[in-house]
Write a protein that binds this ligand. Structure first.
Ligand code: GLY
Ligand code: MN
Ligand code: MN
Length: 487
């Protein structure tokens, strides 16, 4: 009875919302409040309620396929806490970024929340309920921090079956235990992403209760996130396009005497002007020898005439990341030695992109990269002409101490738990980013090569017929790069 009244009220409210009779704010952009960002039926820009529902369904199907389910346990409860707010100093928050797995499964953007997926005791094993626990609506807090979606808003927005205030989590878990004889808990207890929820509620639940088994979730969710859906591919394409256009503008803007910090400001501006929410990571903007510091993020030096600038930057668009590196002459023309090294890296990079097919894994292409790089180093004369295969590979490792690339998606180093020995599959996106780094202190090469660091990085979608370079709008051929800097 109570349920039917609640459903009727819910339908009436939805109808009023649809017809614009009442204005409802959520704790995140929604179609009603941000029609320039989302269409009706989308939870986050570009991703529909149906897709989020399908992701949850597939996660439960993955659980039902595990040995644990087939052999012994019929009931499962999976717990996905959100991220928590963190502060740089008193009352001053860091920009909030949602926990990726929680976002992937719920689309909910508020901190201090939790998504629970659980089988329904007594029901057939292939049914489950999705429940969101969210921050309680609170006029005092909302005055300072802006609106919260609350319990009703969370259901309207995300399409989960039920929502409750987060402080009801403990009681809900107790009731689940009371009503369920034996069950497995799926939760990333090894690295809890929300310390407070873990310490106050979840750790107790795990130690006191009589669950039959406990498993982590990250491998299951990452296996889903690894293969991008058509809607995700569209967002990845746009994220890559925005970053590529931003690179063009930064190349045009750069000139001798420019400060790395100014190029940082420019790339950030150009990405945000095209709707990206923020840069996907602190960019590397390194003039001259600083390009040889792989994680150089100080970005505070002057770039002088004749030097190269290496920029590694990407943006995050509605939860999807791009990741590009280009190296260009700040004066608009490569020196002979700079061009020689640049063309060597480019030849290796293009050859590696061709290897991005379902025949290969990232590790396979990494070994291809080392092989090609070794040959290039020999051709250039940076290693002896009589170098054998072993010494070529060793030299390649020395001149390029990092891997070929990584999976790319909602996170920059996406699905890091998936082995790089996995054969590529259509729908994966990977980076291809070889480099040659010769710190100024290297005494084993002729002086004119010292102090040069070059990396070229593109984002590549694996398709049924091969691959598509999503960052192809970003100039890469040395003539195109020079022309862009000079334009
Ligand atoms: N920007 C980080 C990376 O290329 O892996
Ligand atoms: Mn990368
Ligand atoms: Mn990068």
């Amino acid at each position: 009875m109570l349920r039917s009244i609640r459903n009727a009220l819910h339908r009436k409210r939805n109808c009023e919302l649809r017809h614009g009779n009442i204005k409802r704010f959520f704790g995140q952009p929604a179609a009603q409040t941000h029609p320039h960002l989302l269409q009706e039926g989308e939870v986050t820009p570009g991703i529909s309620r149906a897709e989020f529902c399908y992701r949850r369904q597939r996660l439960m199907e993955a659980i039902w396929k595990t040995k644990l389910h087939r052999k012994s346990v019929a009931n499962h409860i999976a717990l996905f806490p959100s991220a928590c707010k963190s502060y740089m100093t008193h009352d001053i928050p860091y920009p909030f970024r949602q926990n990726t797995d929680f976002l992937y499964l719920s689309g909910f953007q508020e901190p201090d929340s939790l998504l629970m997926l659980h089988s329904i005791p007594g029901k057939s094993s292939n049914s489950f309920k999705s429940v969101l626990f969210v921050p309680k609506r609170d006029p005092d807090k909302e005055l300072w921090d802006g609106p919260r979606s609350g319990v009703e808003g969370a259901v309207d927005l995300t399409g989960v079956d039920e929502a409750y205030n987060i402080h009801e989590l403990e009681h809900y878990l107790q009731c689940y235990c009371r009503d369920t004889d034996s069950f497995a808990v799926w939760y990333d207890y090894i690295r809890p992403c929300h310390n407070d929820l873990h310490n106050r509620v979840l750790a107790q639940f795990l130690t006191q209760n009589r669950h039959t088994a406990m498993e982590t979730t990250n491998q299951l969710v990452q296996a889903l996130r690894l293969i991008k859906s058509p809607a995700e591919v569209a967002l990845m394409k746009r994220s890559c396009e925005i970053a590529s256009e931003a690179f063009q503008s930064v190349m045009q803007f750069s000139c001798p005497g420019v400060n790395e910090s100014q190029l940082y400001a420019k790339v950030d501006f150009e990405c945000r002007m095209r709707s990206a929410e923020f840069l996907a990571y602190p960019p590397v903007i390194a003039g001259g020898d600083r390009a040889n510091i792989i994680h150089y993020i100080n970005n505070n030096q002057i770039i002088h005439a004749g030097e190269l600038v290496l920029m590694d930057a990407g943006c995050e668009l509605h939860g999807y990341s791009s990741d590009i590196t280009r190296t260009w002459p700040v004066s608009g023309q490569f020196s002979a030695v700079q061009r020689l090294l640049y063309e060597a890296v480019l030849a290796v990079q293009e050859s590696c992109i061709q290897q991005c097919t379902t025949q290969n894994s990232l590790d396979d292409i990494f070994f291809h990269m080392l092989d090609k790089l070794g040959h290039q180093l020999k051709t250039i004369g940076l290693i002896p002409q009589n170098s054998n295969k072993d010494s070529r590979l060793r030299a390649a490792r020395q001149f390029c101490p990092h891997h070929l690339g990584h999976y790319l998606g909602m996170d920059v180093h996406d699905t890091a738990g998936i082995s790089r020995q996995t054969k590529l599959q259509p729908g994966m996106v990977v980076t291809v980013e070889p480099g040659i780094y010769i710190p100024a202190s290297t005494t084993t090469v002729p002086a004119e090569f010292r102090g040069i660091g070059i990396r070229i990085e593109d984002d590549v979608l694996i398709t049924d017929s091969g691959q598509t370079v999503l960052t192809e709008k970003c100039p890469k051929h040395p003539d195109d790069v020079e022309a862009m800097v000079r334009s």
